[in-house]
Design a protein around this ligand. Structure first.
Ligand code: ADP
Ligand code: MG
Length: 169
C-alpha cells in the first residue's frame, strides 16, 4: 500500500459501545472527517502503528479499518486500540497516529473466544513488527513531538482539531 506510513490526527468520539472495553480491548473511535480522508488504497483490515493522545507518550497500537454497520456497511470506520493501560478514558482527546503496516483482512468470528484470540495475536504481531528499526524511527517522528496538547475533559464539540487531517507532513 503506497499510502503507508499514513500520518493522521482526529478527535476520539464515542462508538457503539459494543463492549470492546468489557473484552479488555477498548478501541478509540475516529470521526467521519478522518475516515473520509483515508486514501483509497488503504483497504479494510487490521493494521499496526503508533499513536498518542494529546501530547502524551507514543504507544504501539492495532487499528481496525472496517465497514461501519451504522451506515449499512457502505462507510468505513476506524478504531484504534493502544497497547497501554490508561488510568482514564480519553473521549474528546486528540489521537495522533501513524498507520505503519497491514496485519490481516477483516473477518467475522464464530465465537467470542476466537475473536479474542485473533485480537491477542494481532497485538503480539504489532508488538514484534514495530520493533523493526524502520518502524521504531516513526515513533520519534516530528509529527508526534508536535502533537497538540489536549485534555480528555475537553468537550468534543470545542475542538476544531477534529477537522485536522495531516499527512505527508
Ligand atoms: P466506544 O464504543 O465508545 O468506542 P469502547 O469500549 O471501544 O467504547 O472504549 C473506547 C474508549 O476507551 C476510548 O474512546 C478511550 O477513551 C478509552 N480507552 C481506555 N484505554 C484505551 C486503550 N488502551 N486504547 C483505546 N481506547 C482506550
Ligand atoms: Mg470503540
Amino acid at each position: 500500500m503506497k499510502s503507508l506510513p499514513y500520518f493522521c490526527r482526529g478527535e476520539v468520539i464515542r462508538g457503539f459501545g459494543r463492549g470492546s472495553k468489557e473484552l479488555g480491548i477498548p478501541t478509540a473511535n475516529l470521526p467521519d472527517s478522518v475516515v473520509d480522508h483515508l486514501p483509497a488504497d488503504i483497504s479494510t483490515g487490521i493494521y499496526y502503528g503508533w499513536a498518542c493522545v494529546g501530547d502524551g507518550d507514543v504507544y504501539k497500537m492495532v487499528m481496525s479499518i472496517g465497514w461501519n454497520p451504522f451506515y449499512k456497511n457502505i462507510k468505513k470506520s476506524m478504531e484504534a486500540h493502544l497497547i497501554h493501560t490508561f488510568k482514564e478514558d480519553f473521549y474528546g482527546g486528540i489521537l495522533s497516529f501513524v498507520v505503519v503496516g497491514y496485519i490481516r483482512p477483516e473477518t467475522s468470528f464464530n465465537s467470542l473466544e476466537a475473536l479474542i484470540m485473533a485480537i491477542t495475536n494481532d497485538i503480539e504481531e504489532a508488538k514484534v513488527k514495530l520493533e523493526l528499526p524502520e518502524h521504531l524511527k516513526l515513533r520519534e517522528d516530528n509529527f508526534f513531538t508536535s502533537a497538540p496538547s489536549t485534555s480528555s475533559t475537553m468537550p468534543p464539540t470545542s475542538s476544531s482539531m477534529s477537522q485536522t487531517i495531516l499527512n505527508g507532513h
